[in-house]
Ligand binder design. Structure first.
Ligand code: DNO
Length: 347
């Protein structure tokens, strides 16, 4: 595996120098943030990002994300133009040595939580999702940090209205339409597409979500069989769905050559509904068996990219919720240990 760390570009308060000092760190996962969703990224912006990374002794082989324009998801408007731009972006990043692109196909909203500062017993705080609080959330008045895009209230209302006519099947067809154009370009330039699961893995605000479980993934891979069409195995996102068996998913999709990127974090299920809280990375702290997941990856020949995902806010760090330095660095050290042990005892 190659250990990586998410870096939000020059505006990120965490320096590349600090990231480089995390044991076994190979590179960063980043993106161009100066271009509207759907437009083509300039070669200059990508070259500059790469130069910053390489200048700090870090690789830039993973992009998270090249966001997908809503017209592509809805299958309307300028979708063909946006897909063309997407293909241009794939070619541009490939030219600069990128090997893997993480993206998602969630309508309107990316990940969703009901609080950014859930107080933990250890005095830290973390992101959490409460079933009860969710019932009170107004989608028209939501601002979550870390999203790749945001809308004015009017745009949001329009979008939510437009999605009323889009079924799960339609959204799925639009994803397949998109991939049938993008994957041949990926094959040509050597890029793996790694779809990020729905987070949390169920419909929200009546919007359809289609990458929530094994059934969804099986359908996606059957529709576009090239292994360039792969997955970001995000343990925390799938793991919020209690029916998802992460060890089995890691085994199965790694063996199929579909797991190009892994986001490792733990979640704790906090009631008998859908509520969960983000915790430290260790198995003992949450509901997922992190050691068994990593062992399943290693035993099945995983050789992709891994990054620690959301951390708690510890040691009074503050900063972007989920994306501080300290707890993600502790997570990285733990992940190194799990991989080293799993490789040592590989069956
Ligand atoms: C949240 C992230 C997601 C992810 C996108 C990929 O912290 O895992 O925002 O980057 O869904 O497109």
């Amino acid at each position: 595996m190659k250990l990586t760390f998410r870096w939000y570009g020059e505006k990120d308060s965490i320096s590349l120098k600090y990231i480089r000092q995390i044991p076994n760190m190979s590179g960063v996962v980043t993106a161009v943030y100066d271009t509207p969703v759907g437009d083509a990224w300039s070669d200059k912006s990508v070259a500059k990002l790469k130069e910053l990374c390489v200048g700090s002794g870090l690789e830039m082989e993973v992009i998270e994300s090249i966001p997908v324009h809503e017209d592509i998801k809805m299958g309307c408007g300028k979708r063909d133009l946006y897909i063309e731009n997407y293909c241009k972006n794939i070619r541009t990043v490939a030219k600069h040595g990128v090997k893997c692109v993480c993206y998602n196909f969630m309508p309107v909203f990316d990940w969703l939580r009901t609080t950014m500062h859930h107080p933990n017993k250890d005095g830290s705080d973390s992101l959490a999702y409460s079933y009860e609080d969710f019932l009170k959330v107004d989608p028209n008045n939501l601002h979550l940090p870390g999203w790749d895009e945001s809308y004015t209230p009017e745009e949001l209302q329009e979008l939510l209205k437009a999605y009323k006519n889009i079924s799960h099947a339609q959204l799925f067809d639009n994803l397949v339409y998109f991939l049938k154009k993008v994957i041949p370009v990926c094959e040509e330039v050597g890029i793996n597409m790694a779809i990020h699961p729905d987070d949390p893995p169920w419909d929200i605000f009546g919007l359809p979500r289609i990458i929530s479980n094994e059934k969804d993934l099986d359908a996606l891979f059957a529709a576009v069989p090239s292994t360039r069409n792969g997955l970001t195995l995000c343990t925390g996102s799938f793991g919020a769905g209690r029916k998802n068996n992460l060890v089995r998913m890691a085994e199965k999709y790694t063996a199929q050559g579909r797991v190009h990127f892994v986001h490792l974090r733990n979640v704790l299920w906090t009631d008998d509904k859908d509520s969960f809280c983000e915790v430290g990375h260790c198995s003992k702290d949450g509901s997922l068996n992190m050691a068994a997941i990593v062992k399943a990856l290693v035993d099945n020949g995983f050789n992709g990219y891994v990054r620690p995902d959301h951390g708690r806010n510890i040691w009074d760090e503050g900063g972007k919720p989920g994306y501080g330095l300290y707890d993600r660095a502790l997570g990285a050290a733990y992940i190194n240990g799990l991989f080293e042990a799993a490789q040592y005892i590989k069956k």
